[in-house]
Design a protein around this ligand. Structure first.
Ligand SMILES: Cc1ncc(COP(=O)(O)O)c(C=O)c1O
Length: 358
């Protein structure tokens, strides 16, 4: 009997769960990581990319626009979403158009190279001052200025979709098919641990993974302690009290900068809808949040490669550090789960401001 797969999309998901032994030495509770680096384009974003594209094929988009045969899928992303969308589009025969944030990535960024190799168009997004006056932009705080590049990218995608009938903007920050796609990971973890999950957490960009996995576990009747992770240098959708590294519910909140910039740049869609992060907060996830520096995260990512043989990216190191902090407070037989988000290859061109971006 022949055994083969029809295409690479069938390789998405069903990743192994591994118990950490070396880096978790001396800790009573078990620490498990989901090996999402084994997805075809190298990260867990393949799950949400196929989910959002297949929803678009059915017209399940924010404005009901349906992705036509050989149509164009667009979003602004300088993170793992870019290769994931490019990969899914390549196999399905769509053109991916990915806007990149000029301020956040270098032209030779490896994620962008991967994205191009999958056949996507990679286009530098306009600057914030293309959508708001330079004098208004100058008045913004440093953190608002950083975020303004992301909002400008989303405005670019919004305009592209509006002006071209063949383009569907999948908008990962607001699209519920992002977290619906990530739910499959939660079902798999549930099966892999027979439903015994005491704590679950991961780093938060769009919030799709945190919300999707938490909802899948909830659907199965499991309610672990949930913890989120944000790097020190990030696009600041989530704000922390100054100097706080480990926060309970009242010490973190959704950024005001976000709504302010959306208003200034007149990004209509984002003025009316609720983002995944807002929905995640409304539903009470996560209960705890950790801020991890890039250096701490990178050191742990290196240890994971050197001690456990897991060749993972920086945010995976941050995830494991947070999981270890939680596990230290738990007992024998209790299970803490987090994610190995992506492979290390995409960080090989590291530069000073390396961090993860959505
Ligand atoms: C490396 C990395 N870690 C973490 C995240 C956050 O994942 P999510 O967008 O599901 O919150 C991302 C998002 O792109 C990512 O690329």
């Amino acid at each position: 009997m022949t055994k083969y797969i029809e295409n690479m999309l069938q390789q998405i998901g069903n990743t192994p769960l591994i118990k950490l032994t070396k880096v978790a030495k001396g800790i009573k509770a078990n620490v498990f990581v989901k090996l999402e680096l084994l997805n075809p384009s190298g990260s867990y974003k393949d799950r949400m990319a196929i989910s959002m594209v297949e929803a678009a094929e059915k017209g399940l988009t924010w404005n009901g626009k349906k992705l036509s045969a050989h149509g164009v899928v667009c979003d602004a992303s300088s993170g793992n979403t870019a290769p994931a969308l490019a990969f899914v589009c390549a196999v399905k025969g769509y053109q991916a158009k990915i806007g990149i944030y000029k301020s956040l990535v270098r032209k030779d960024d490896i994620r962008l190279k991967i994205t191009r190799i999958y056949g996507a168009d990679v286009i530098p997004c306009p600057s914030p001052t293309d959508y708001m006056s330079a004098s208004e932009w100058k008045k913004l705080s440093k953190e608002e200025k950083d975020l303004s590049w992301v909002i400008a990218g989303k405005k670019w995608a919004f305009d592209l979709e509006k002006n071209d009938p063949s383009v569907v903007w999948v908008d990962q920050i607001y699209n519920k098919y992002n977290y619906i796609g990530q739910m499959s990971m939660g079902y798999e973890i549930y099966e892999q641990l027979d439903g015994k999950i005491d704590a679950w957490g991961c780093s938060i960009g769009s919030g799709g993974t945190m919300l999707g996995v938490s909802l899948a576990l909830k659907e199965k009747g499991v309610a672990p302690l949930t913890f989120g992770v944000v790097p020190f240098k990030t696009e600041v959708y989530i704000q922390f009290k100054k100097g706080v590294k480990e926060a309970g519910k009242n010490d973190f909140w959704f950024s005001n900068a976000h709504q302010k910039l959306v208003g200034l740049m007149n990004l209509e869609k984002w003025q009316t809808e609720k983002s995944i992060i807002e929905e995640m907060f409304d539903r009470g996830y996560p209960e705890k949040m950790f801020r991890i520096t890039d250096e701490e995260a990178r050191n742990m990512a290196n240890r994971l490669a050197q001690e456990e043989g897991i060749w993972c990216g920086i945010s995976s190191g941050a995830n494991v550090l947070a999981a270890l902090k939680i596990a230290k407070k738990l007992d024998y037989g209790q299970n803490v789960v987090t994610v190995i988000v992506d492979r290390r290859d995409r960080y090989l061109g590291e530069y000073l401001h390396e961090t993860y971006v959505v």
